[in-house]
Design a protein around this ligand. Structure first.
Ligand code: C2O
Ligand code: CU
Ligand code: CU
Length: 477
């Protein structure tokens, strides 16, 4: 028997016994990239945009020939891309068709606390939740995902996540044909059991799951066909713990044009970009006719970035349609500048489950913030890698271990990487919606850490009333 025949026999045995089939080398990255459908409802009779989201269970073919049990919004896996404009009145109808209670949090969307979809806004199985608010923030790429305390990691891992695009009235000069030259990339890593189901305990070990299969928009080994000279990518790290250290196989340079909280004042050219869970970036990549290049994540020595993996292959047509020139100023957002004497709060991340020595307590209000404040929040890392996300706010990174952040990460953000044993200082702009009885969250967005208790709660109150606010929820009239 030839070697080829032997390996053929081995492959056939493997498939009969239900083992996972690895693709033959060289035959990879040919599945068309799925682009989540847009959900952009027209204005209804009340002048509002009414979104309907159904959380449901289902099955999805991710690995060839295998069905993976998955959860999704309005479908079996992941969710549609929600899209609305600044000034729109948003009305949501969220139905929980799951076998357990969950929530839906609008990560990066600035909403009143009772609409935020954090752990306090539980939706029981079969129940419906109807948050509403007026969208008022600059154009950005946000996202939505469950946030039930203790099970966020599991619910996101099973597939509940989608993008939420905010438009505003400005012309940003960027490619804008959704799915053509304005393309979402939801990056997630998974581990599969022999039967095709997602495996691994999201609460295990130090960081939870660092999977060995990279999915982009739910697709393993995808290919995207490029038809224009430039493509804008809206990239979300939707992973449990993994840091994506993004680079193209040919090291081509690209431009970062936006961070979590909005577009940058000027594009920043890079050949590599790091995103930790929850962070987003908008980038513009140029292509030449016939290009065939893979976007990869490379191990950079950080525990969270373990392994080198291909993510998505871009194949450019032989004739490319012209794209707009790279804009000199994608947007002009006001700098977030702490006033002299700004309040400083310090958050020491502890191990993998606490902040300032205390694990999350649903009943405890940790911080009381006056409406409209700009404060300095200092986040102190531990011996493990973390990141830090604050609900409701926009912040700018003042410094990391005393050094200014790189230009590409200097814009408005809501989530930031906190390297091992480092100190990150943020200038945080809080909103004006007050509600002393509905807390917002701040937490590490490594979902294993968040679920284990590396999370705290703050309320926003009328300036001058801070000292009257009780520090528990249960002890209130
Ligand atoms: Cu993306 Cu509190 O979460
Ligand atoms: Cu959030
Ligand atoms: Cu952490």
């Amino acid at each position: 028997l030839s070697l080829a025949a032997l390996s053929g026999v081995a492959a056939a045995c493997g498939s009969r016994s239900g083992e996972r089939l690895e693709p033959p080398p060289g035959a990879v990255m040919s599945t068309p990239l799925f682009v989540p459908p847009l959900l952009a409802p027209p204005l209804d009779g009340d002048g509002a945009r009414h979104f309907e989201l159904a959380m449901q269970t289902g099955r999805t073919v991710i690995l060839p020939g295998q069905q993976t049990p998955t959860w999704g919004f309005n479908g079996a896996f992941l969710g549609p891309t929600l899209r609305a404009g600044r000034g729109d009145v948003i009305r949501m109808t969220v139905r929980n068709g799951l076998p357990e209670a969950s929530t839906v949090h609008w990560h990066g969307i600035r909403v009143p606390a009772a609409m935020d979809g954090g752990p306090h806004q539980l939706i029981q199985p079969g129940a419906v939740w109807n948050p509403a608010w007026t969208l008022d923030q600059p154009a950005t790429t946000a996202w939505y995902h469950p946030h039930p305390h203790g099970t966020t990691a599991q619910h996101v891992y099973r597939g509940l996540a989608g993008l939420f695009i905010v438009d505003d009235a400005e012309d940003h000069g960027l490619p804008a044909a959704y799915g053509v030259d304005d393309v979402p990339l939801v990056l997630q890593d998974k581990e599969f059991a022999a039967d095709g189901s997602f495996s691994g305990d999201p609460l295990r070990g130090i960081y939870g799951i660092l999977g060995d299969h990279m999915l982009v928009n739910g697709v393993w080994n995808p290919r995207f066909d490029v038809t224009t000279q430039r493509v804008r990518l809206r990239i979300l790290n939707g992973a449990q713990a993994r840091m994506f250290n993004l680079t193209f196989a040919d090291r081509r340079r690209f431009h970062v044009v936006g961070n979590d909280g909005g577009l940058l004042g000027a594009p920043v050219e890079v050949d590599q970009l790091v995103l930790t869970p929850g962070e987003r970036a908008e980038v513009v990549v140029g292509f030449a006719p016939g290009d065939d290049v893979v976007l990869r994540t490379l191990d950079n020595g950080v525990d969270l970035a373990k392994g080198d993996f291909d993510l998505v292959r871009f194949v450019a047509a032989t004739g490319l349609k012209p794209s707009p020139a790279l804009p000199a100023h994608p947007a002009t957002l006001p700098a977030i500048v702490p006033p002299a004497g700004a309040r400083l709060r310090t958050f020491a991340l502890g191990g993998r489950d606490s902040i300032n020595g205390r694990p999350m307590d649903m009943d405890r209000i940790d911080e009381v913030v006056p409406a409209g404040a700009v404060e300095i929040w200092e986040v102190d890392g531990s011996g493990f890698a973390h990141n830090f996300h604050i609900h409701e706010v926009a912040f700018q990174v003042l410094d990391v271990n005393g050094a200014a952040p790189p230009a590409h990460a200097s814009g408005h953000k809501d989530t930031v990487y906190v390297p091992v044993r480092s100190k990150v200082r943020l200038a945080v702009q809080f909103g004006r919606d007050t509600d002393p009885s509905s807390p917002y969250m701040y937490h590490c967005h490594i979902l294993r850490h968040e679920d284990a208790g590396m999370m705290g709660q703050f309320v926003i109150v009328e300036p001058g009333t801070e000292s009257q606010v009780p520090h528990t929820l249960s002890g209130r009239p």
